[in-house]
Design a protein around this ligand. Structure first.
Ligand code: NDP
Length: 318
């Protein structure tokens, strides 16, 4: 009985491995548009796909970042400046993409741009703090997708949305996890709708990686700014000691570590764009696979206990 079961599991993995190895043809003719190519995952992916011979259309928030990327890549890679929080910028970038891809359409759209945004305890934040993050991570992603979808449909291509493990488990206060839960929901409905047109949608869920976004000093600065303008009553409830311990918890990344090998994430993105049978979801990093994702299936009381373990208690906690 056990032998049959082991053989069945082995067979399943063999078939899956074989399916996932098949690569789409004519990669050199395929255009891929990546948002947030100025740094981090987006930057590495642009260079990686350029090396592989795809036609990369890399969107950077600033011209300086675009210039630096062009200097490191082949002449085939082209750049455009794009702020995904601004409709006029998205409209201009869409026109730019249209002119390049012509009748071939756009094979790949990678919605990668994102911010950590103002964060801290929910109670320390204002509505505008949430709006700032949602505007980029969620509404920006949605607007870029809606704008470029006709071109993706034409190519029967791929949409790759960068979510986070924070889109499966709300690990901190503020708009970040909310925005990533939104990206997951958007991707789910989009996947079902676009299947009719031969378009595939994949979601990337990285764990913690070392990029500009997770730079500890930047994170400290965000929390400090939010704390500085919090109401006096809030400061009294939590206390300065709480803030200091909160900083320590961030700098140590209490539960996992920030990994340096960003290709663990970009390899998933590349697979989603180039495999005949891409996955629906990719977890990138051991912490995502072995820690956060399993925890998201645990009973809530258990997940809550793990996530709050070792965290400081507010001064006026019961
Ligand atoms: P980076 O900060 O290095 O990259 C984010 C990129 O997005 C930057 O190039 C940034 O440009 C750009 N960007 C920010 N705001 C806008 C905007 N309004 N319009 C256009 N571009 C913008 O961080 P990562 O590489 O880590 O982040 C990439 C994605 O990965 C994000 O969606 C993030 O949420 C996700 N992620 C990251 C994890 C990690 O541990 N690092 C974990 C899980 C998910 P600029 O620098 O000029 O502002």
């Amino acid at each position: 009985m056990w032998l049959y079961l082991v053989a069945l599991v082995g067979l399943y993995h063999l078939v899956r491995w074989h399916r996932e190895r098949q690569v789409v043809s004519h990669l050199r003719d395929k255009y891929v548009f990546i948002t947030g190519s100025g740094s981090g995952f987006g930057n590495l992916l642009a260079r990686q796909l350029d090396m592989r011979g795809l036609r990369v259309l890399a969107a950077c928030r600033t011209e300086k970042a675009a210039e630096q990327l062009r200097a490191q890549t082949s002449d085939r890679l082209e750049t455009v400046t794009l702020d995904i929080a601004k409709t006029e910028s998205i409209t201009a970038a869409t026109q730019w993409v249209k002119e390049r891809v012509g009748d071939r359409g756009l094979w790949g759209l990678v919605n990668n741009a994102g911010i950590s945004g103002p964060w801290g305890r929910n109670e320390w934040l204002t509505k505008q703090d949430f709006v700032t993050t949602l505007n980029v991570n969620l509404l920006g992603t949605i607007e870029v997708t809606l704008s470029l979808l006709p071109l993706v449909r034409k190519a029967r291509g791929r949409v790759v949305n960068v979510s986070s493990i924070g889109g499966r488990l709300s690990v901190m206060g503020g708009g970040y996890c909310i925005s990533k839960y939104g990206v997951e929901a958007f991707s789910d409905s989009l996947r079902r709708e676009l299947a009719h047109f031969g378009v595939k949608v994949a979601v990337i869920e990285p764990g913690s990686f070392k990029t500009n976004m997770t730079n500890t000093e930047r994170l400290f600065q965000h929390v400090q700014e939010v704390w500085d303008r919090a109401r006096p009553e809030i400061k009294e409830v939590y206390g300065e000691k709480f803030l200091a311990s909160y900083f320590t918890a961030i700098s140590k990344n209490r539960l996992t570590t920030y990994k340096e090998n960003l290709s663990e994430v970009t390899d998933c993105m590349e697979h989603a764009l180039t495999a005949c049978h891409p996955r629906t979801r990719y977890s990138a990093g051991w912490d995502a696979k072995l820690f956060y994702l399993p925890m998201s299936y645990m009973p809530t009381f258990l997940a809550d206990a793990i996530l709050t373990w070792g965290l400081p208690r507010p001064a006026k906690a019961l």
